[in-house]
Design a protein around this ligand. Structure first.
Ligand code: C5P
Length: 272
């Protein structure tokens, strides 16, 4: 069985408080995007993982292996072809975990209930439940209290700038010193059904301030995206990816050339 495991960006991300369990409460608008990894699964004598990226551990610490174990699936040989960078704020590992849960459940007809799938997903990571359904979704809690929403109604072409600098999510949360008030789901519903990219005041990410202070080049990339004609630009998750949104693919492709002189930044055109 072969499946795609899509990346996400966060259109907005507000950290709304710190919890007794050490996690933070947040409010975010997730968006699954076209950039994806490929996973293949074959029945085997024992559980194993291979990956084309030598920097990714293939042992028991990998979320794919942890997902297969948590689901209690029969043993499989799993192969992972990576395109989504890890530590880029694009949810690569979380997406791989969710794709593994869904694929193995289907492949072995385990008929795991939705509630149980969601529970296992959240044990694996705060972003994993979102990737069970993907699409566009409003989330609160750790990111697991999800409401699916319609994708933005206006045409949008994305340009992802993926710097070689990596950010640890845990460290990013540790740098948060102020909490925001949630904007509320109604504001996002309105934005999604009107001129989405015109809602700059809504589409903010609380990680930008502390992460841009630590890695000023990321703030510079955001500024340059806006200069190059992006209707909206912002960091995804806890970084380091900076996403630019354009009103059509032509203006996106034109803007991409403005980054020809920038080294150590991978450019990826994406849609959703
Ligand atoms: O859930 P996940 O494993 O992705 O989280 C990684 C780390 O990020 C957690 O150990 C925690 O320090 C931090 N985190 C948080 N609040 C969240 C999600 C993650 O503090 N909602």
């Amino acid at each position: 069985m072969k499946v795609r495991s899509h990346a996400k960006i966060n259109w907005a991300l507000r950290i709304t408080g710190r919890r007794a369990d050490g996690f933070h409460d947040l409010e975010t608008l997730f968006q699954a995007i076209s950039l994806h990894d490929d996973l293949t699964f074959e029945p085997a004598a024992r559980l194993s993982l291979t990956c084309d990226d030598p920097l990714i551990p293939v042992d028991d610490t990998n979320l794919v292996i942890r997902a297969a174990r948590a689901l209690g699936s029969p043993p499989v040989a799993i192969d992972l072809r990576k395109r989504i960078p890890s530590g880029g704020g694009l949810g690569g590992g979380s997406s791989n975990a969710a794709a593994t849960l869904m694929a193995l459940d289907a492949m072995f007809e385990l008929k795991t209930s939705r509630v149980r799938m969601h529970e296992i997903a959240l044990q694996l990571g705060s972003d994993v439940p979102f990737f069970l359904d993907g699409g566009t979704a409003y989330a609160t809690g750790r990111g697991e209290a999800l409401t699916p929403l319609a994708a933005p109604s206006s045409e949008i072409a994305l340009l992802l700038l993926i710097p070689e600098e990596r950010v640890s999510t845990r460290e990013a949360f540790a740098r948060i010193t102020r909490y925001s008030k949630p904007a509320g789901i109604a504001a996002f519903r309105t934005a999604l059904t009107t001129d989405f990219l015109a809602h700059a005041d809504l589409l903010v990410n609380d990680f930008e301030e502390p992460i841009f202070a630590m890695l000023p080049r990321l703030g510079e990339l955001k500024r340059r995206l806006l200069e190059a004609g992006a209707a909206w630009a912002g960091m995804s998750g806890s970084g380091s990816t900076i996403a630019g949104a354009f009103r059509d693919a032509r203006s996106r492709d034109e803007a991409e050339r403005a980054f020809d002189d920038v080294f150590g930044v991978r450019r990826v055109a994406a849609a959703f």
